[in-house]
Design a protein around this ligand. Structure first.
Ligand code: Q46
Ligand code: ZN
Ligand code: ZN
Length: 321
């Protein structure tokens, strides 16, 4: 097996490119593909300060490393979710990565800083754990970027993630979500720009990238992901990919090229994504929101209430922090 670039011994085959690569050229491929994505979708500009959402897993550490290699000023933000040993271990990987490279890692902890963790808080708030977790992450990453004056929040979503989400959205014709499933969401209404520069790389690529770069990452999946539909969509797409290399890439990128704009430009009535409902600061935390209290503060109230609050009930009290 020879590297397609230098004809030296290859260490990895990339079937969707029908090519093999040595260590040096595989790492270069990952960086080039990421740089191409950043340029193609106008994700970042020279001089941008970016905040990477870091989980301690392969994708977020790979994108942080690649951005630094590409010359960006990139700091990290880690949010402790309180999911037992999984969270304790993931925090260690994120911290070690930053410390070994002299990078800045901001961190926050849901339990310490907001009074609830994902397993208990989601139960008290009567929300699915991943829904409470996703909402918390989005809000805290946005807030960290807003308060720190960062130009963009970067996440480590890869091609497998995006293709699986796309499959779920298409299976259920979630047209409003399809209109938002873009690799870059521009800054608007006080929310920072959000970008996914890894969408050309697969999970296998980011795992290999970390291995070859000597990046130690948390291999375990979050225990709360068990039963998550996206895992079965990923498995189905992997089956298709093994018979038709490149199918995943075509599915996602042709959606972006040929279909996504139809949902962005013509979202269902009342779901315009470019003109969100009027935005005013959350009366509790000051984050931009379209209600008096933002969704995260509302979740926090429910998650920290001694007695679970019935869904739909409103509470307007200052959340203790
Ligand atoms: S961390 Fe959070 Fe994921 Fe765990 S609880 Fe669900 S959303 S599965 S990316
Ligand atoms: Zn080579
Ligand atoms: Zn709020």
């Amino acid at each position: 097996m020879k590297c397609q670039v230098c004809r030296g011994p290859a260490v990895i085959d990339v079937r969707r490119h029908n090519a093999n690569f040595c260590q040096e050229h595989f790492l270069r491929l990952c960086r080039d593909q990421t740089a191409r994505t950043i340029t193609q979708f106008s994700m970042l500009s020279e001089g941008d300060r970016v905040l990477v959402a870091v989980s301690g897993g392969k994708d977020s550490l790979a994108i942080w490393d690649i951005l630094i290699e590409l010359g960006y000023e990139a700091d990290g933000f880690y949010l402790g979710l309180g999911i037992g040993a999984y969270s304790d271990t993931s925090a260690g990987y994120a911290r070690r990565f930053a410390d070994e490279r002299g990078l800045t890692l901001h961190s926050e902890d849901l339990l310490r800083d907001h009074g609830f963790d994902v397993p208990h808080g989601s139960r008290a708030a009567r929300r699915a754990p991943c829904s409470a977790c996703g909402l918390s992450k989005r809000h805290r990453f946005d807030e960290a970027a807003r308060r720190g004056g960062y130009d963009a929040v970067v996440t480590g979503h890869n091609l497998d993630d995006e293709a699986a989400v796309l499959m779920g959205n298409v299976l259920h014709w979630q047209t409003d979500y399809l209109g938002r499933q873009l690799p870059v969401l521009k800054a608007q209404h006080g929310f920072p720009r959000k970008v996914k520069p890894l969408v050309r790389l697969t999970e296998r690529d980011t795992a290999a990238y970390c291995l070859l770069r000597g990046i130690d990452y948390l291999v375990d999946e979050c225990p709360m992901a068990v039963g998550n539909k996206h895992l079965s969509y990923k498995a189905a797409l992997n089956d298709i990919e093994s018979d038709s290399p490149g199918a995943k890439h075509a599915f996602y990128f042709r959606f972006l090229d040929q279909a996504a704009h139809r949902f962005v430009d013509h979202p269902p009535e009342g779901e315009a994504v470019t003109d969100m409902a009027p935005v005013s600061p959350c009366i509790n935390c000051g984050a931009p929101c379209s209600n008096e209290v933002c969704a995260f503060c509302s979740l926090t109230m429910r998650a920290t209430a001694a007695v679970p609050i019935e869904m739909g009930a409103t509470r307007r009290r200052k959340v203790s922090r």
